[in-house]
Design a protein around this ligand. Sequence first.
Ligand SMILES: Cc1cc2nc3c(=O)[nH]c(=O)nc-3n(C[C@H](O)[C@H](O)[C@H](O)COP(=O)(O)OP(=O)(O)OC[C@H]3O[C@@H](n4cnc5c(N)ncnc54)[C@H](O)[C@@H]3O)c2cc1C
Length: 404
Amino acid sequence: MEKCDVLIIGGGPSGSLAASKLLKNGFSVIILEKLDFPRFVIGESLLPRCNEILENNELFEVIEQQKYMTKGGAIFVNEKNEEQVIDFSKNLGQKWGTSFQVKREEFDNVLLQNSKKMGADVRHGYEVIAYDNEKNQLKAKNNNGNIEEFEAKFILDASGYGRVLPKLLDLDIPSDLRLRNAIFTRVKGERRREKDFEGFIDIVIHDNNKAWLWVIPFSDGTTSCGIVCEEDYFKKTGLSQADFWDKVINEHVYLKEKFKNAEKIVPVGIIGGYSAAIKKMYGKGYALSGNATEFLDPVFSSGVTLALESSNKVAELIIKELNGEKVNWQNDYEDYMMIGINVFREFVYAWYEGKLQKIFYSKNKSDIIKNSISSILSGYVWDENNYFVKDTKRKIEALVAMSN
Ligand SMILES: Cc1cc2nc3c(=O)[nH]c(=O)nc-3n(C[C@H](O)[C@H](O)[C@H](O)COP(=O)(O)OP(=O)(O)OC[C@H]3O[C@@H](n4cnc5c(N)ncnc54)[C@H](O)[C@@H]3O)c2cc1C
């Protein structure tokens, strides 16, 4: 039986950030990671709030050195090729007005290697398969098929889509978002935007809002592009995922031209059923962070931001608890996280109901509303000075009614 202060399941951004904070505070950390790194994971577009969390944890420089593409904002493009630019620098006074577009296999590996350098005991090829909550012990199967046992004062589940503790402790609840698929690939040779906008993400509206696409440019000249739609919308075409991707690109006036000379450099992949919700984010001796908690939807690129925000917060509270202080997990962790998650949730609902598009494309928005939208889409969803942070749904409805 191996022992440590904190055992972390999963070496994604959520696990790595928590590890570095815990190590800095003198705690021993083992990270059990199922896969060898670098490994592919979807989710390549970050928000300015990520920069702030990385900076607060002295991790920004490590990321800055990688020379990733700077992301200045998002450009929404509709079927008529009409654009609406969200410029992250026009926010509500927050310091960070840019972020990065990253290949996650690289970004996640940089953060994990950094945790290793700081002293984390990182074990690749260890899949956590059992958890004894009474003793706070875990069993993991390694690549050789052997079962090894671990015991920790605290266990953090940062297993992302693996959802290890939600499955083992029956914490999952079905998401109320519809079942959607993402069908994606990477290309080279597409027409890039002009210099000032080169790093912006395109969010492209297709077929009267039945699908939307992301276009994420990387600094090595390659680009990620994926289609998100309800499962039936894809299935009823009877096409393979590769042919469906081609069809949608060729149907859209903007994408057809943009991808005219593009060549796919990886096979077209598909992922579905990714939205997830949770009964509880914590329990005696354990907590969940990142995608192991709640994952909404990719449309506003909020996943890594919420993963970093939650692991930053959770690590702070684990440190307190292990130092013998009383922690109010409900108030200081779950309720706190739900404030931000619920703001994004209302934006996601309003997006799929077509309401947000009405606001984005409306001509009579005041500067304060524009900046408030930019600030939310930058990940500043805890800023109570932002019009949208309280009563989000009602305020979106009010703006829709005023939009033309
Ligand atoms: C279609 C789509 C597009 C997206 N686009 C974006 C985007 O543009 N921007 C954005 O910010 N987010 C995006 N996301 C969300 C993003 O993918 C996640 O929010 C992010 O990866 C969460 O990070 P994490 O550290 O919680 O988990 P992960 O990055 O998933 O890391 C979890 C780690 O745990 C390991 N693991 C799993 N099970 C076990 C086990 N049993 N034992 C040991 N280890 C295990 C995994 O191998 C993995 O390395 C997107 C999601 C989808 C579905």
